[in-house]
Design a protein around this ligand. Structure first.
Ligand code: SF4
Length: 279
């Protein structure tokens, strides 16, 4: 396909373009695909790529000629992706690719210069409690969290695993706000967030005041719960003996002494005047 806007001297330089590719020596030069105009003095001839792994790519050869000249020269050879080429996804800067949890031991992750989550420490943070007491307690930090940063964090924690909407919180007997293991945060976030100090629960995690779990300090077990004091009596492990079929056994005789009414052959129960025989 020839672009009519291409000067004929440039459009006719197909063989020159292919010869330049042959001279390049990479091979894989396929069918001619056409020429397009770059400007008055240059045009690009395209050839299909037959290189392994480059299906859909095209060889592009830029040829040039001075305005009044018939002499054509080759300016550039390059392999470019065609409309059907398999190409890598668009590059994304690492600062946009990184996700929570990617940070490992020894990794460095500096905040961006325009990170909206931070403001200089000498500026008012927007948190009245922090601003009023910052000098007193000598925070001395170069930067502190901005109002936006704190709002973002609060929203994440609220929506997260330790927020009031989690399954654990819905099934909890009471809330963290009333739990002895609840350690409230400082600043305005104290109103809704604290850290759990229970090693058997959300230990070390920021929890919402309305979160809760079964390890709440006020949890009491239902009556009868826990380990039994004695081994349970297992009916299936006991052999049931019919008393009637074992009357002649000595042990049965001993038993029947205390139940004379069951048989007329057994010795009579001692009368109240007769002393009971004892060992
Ligand atoms: S033990 Fe449970 S209820 Fe108590 S602070 Fe921790 S998560 Fe909240």
């Amino acid at each position: 396909m020839v672009d009519p806007a291409v000067r004929s001297v440039l459009a006719d330089a197909v063989d020159l373009a292919r010869a330049a590719l042959d001279e390049l020596g990479d091979g894989g030069v396929g069918a001619y695909l056409g020429v397009t105009r770059e400007d008055e003095c240059s045009a690009t001839h395209r050839f299909a790529s037959e290189l392994p792994g480059y299906r859909g790519w095209q060889w592009a050869v830029v040829v040039a000629a001075a305005p009044d000249s018939d002499r054509v020269t080759v300016s550039e050879l390059v392999l470019l992706p065609g409309p059907d080429a398999l190409v890598a996804p668009e590059w994304v800067p690492w600062s946009e690719r990184i996700r929570p949890g990617d940070l490992g031991p020894g990794d460095l992750l500096a905040p961006a210069p325009d990170d909206v989550r931070l403001v200089p420490g000498y500026m008012q943070s927007g948190d009245p409690e922090v601003d009023e007491t910052a000098l007193e307690i000598g925070l001395g930090r170069k930067q502190v969290m901005s109002l936006e940063g704190r709002l973002e964090a609060a929203q994440r924690w609220f929506d997260g695993e330790y927020g009031p909407g989690s399954e654990m919180a819905k099934a909890a007997p009471s809330s963290c706000r009333l739990c002895g293991f609840y350690l409230p945060l400082a600043g305005s976030l104290r109103a809704a967030f604290g850290v759990c100090g229970n090693e058997f629960a959300a230990d070390g995690h920021v929890v919402h005041a309305e979160y809760g779990c079964g390890a709440h300090s006020d949890t009491s077990l239902p009556t009868g719960a826990g380990s039994p004091l004695y081994e349970a009596f297992d009916d299936s492990a006991v052999e049931v003996v019919e008393l009637g079929s074992a009357r002649s056994a000595p042990v049965e005789s001993a038993q029947t002494e205390s139940t004379p009414s069951d048989s007329t052959d057994e010795p009579a129960e001692p009368s109240p005047s007769e002393p009971e025989q004892t060992d």
